[in-house]
Design a protein around this ligand. Structure first.
Ligand code: AMP
Length: 190
């Protein structure tokens, strides 16, 4: 099965994806992490995108699409992917459908973690002391939240239309959220 998980930055997508990966033997595909790795490794792409990421803007659809195609086309990951951070806009949502059907796959469920900006700010401040992400400060957090909110609405409608969307309250505890997600995924098999 392939899963899409989305929610504003700081919603806990990464944490929840990790838990799902272990429980259901999937592979996590985090475009944010892949992009940060490019920057850390100082690749040509990394140099090209570092200021975009630091400012809280999205990298181009072409760059993000190329990254995910590498995984979708790889047989090892066939129908075992959890997309964390992709799609971020309607164009990417359409591209994901096209890429999956190109490689004879589909999305089985779309999980949306909903969290208010107030809670996000609190979490980002906490995360700042744990991880050193150059895009984790309050101003960038607000910018990333707003970028997310503006672009994600059409994506939500897109997945609602295809009956794949499940909204999960991302303000609950990690365990509560993960139990709810597990139940939803288990429900797909029944
Ligand atoms: P994330 O770790 O998902 O919060 O992503 C961190 C940053 O990486 C975002 O603020 C964007 O700049 C960039 N990014 C991640 N995924 C995408 C995507 N699908 N499309 C464009 N930019 C992305």
């Amino acid at each position: 099965m392939n899963i899409v998980i989305f929610g504003p930055p700081g919603a806990g997508k990464g944490t929840q994806s990790n838990l799902i990966v272990k429980k259901f033997n999937l592979h996590q595909l985090s475009t944010g992490e892949l992009l940060r790795k490019e920057i850390k490794d100082q690749t040509k792409l990394g140099q090209q995108i570092s200021s975009t990421i630091d400012e809280g803007d999205l990298v181009s659809d072409q760059i993000a699409g190329d990254l995910i195609e590498k995984y979708i086309s790889n047989k090892i990951y066939k129908s075992r992917l959890i997309f964390d951070g992709y799609p971020r806009n309607l164009n990417q949502a359409r591209n994901l459908n096209n890429l999956l059907s190109k490689y004879d796959q589909k999305i089985d469920i779309v999980l949306k973690l909903s969290v208010s900006l107030e809670i996000i700010k609190k979490r980002i401040n906490e995360r700042q002391t744990l991880e050193k992400r150059t895009d984790d400060n309050e101003l960038t957090a607000i910018k990333r939240y707003e970028t997310y909110e503006n672009k994600i609405k059409p994506v939500v409608d897109f997945y609602k239309q295809s009956n794949l969307l499940k909204v999960v309250n991302g303000e609950n505890s990690i365990t509560e959220i993960s139990n709810e997600i597990s139940d939803l995924i288990d429900g797909l098999k029944g």
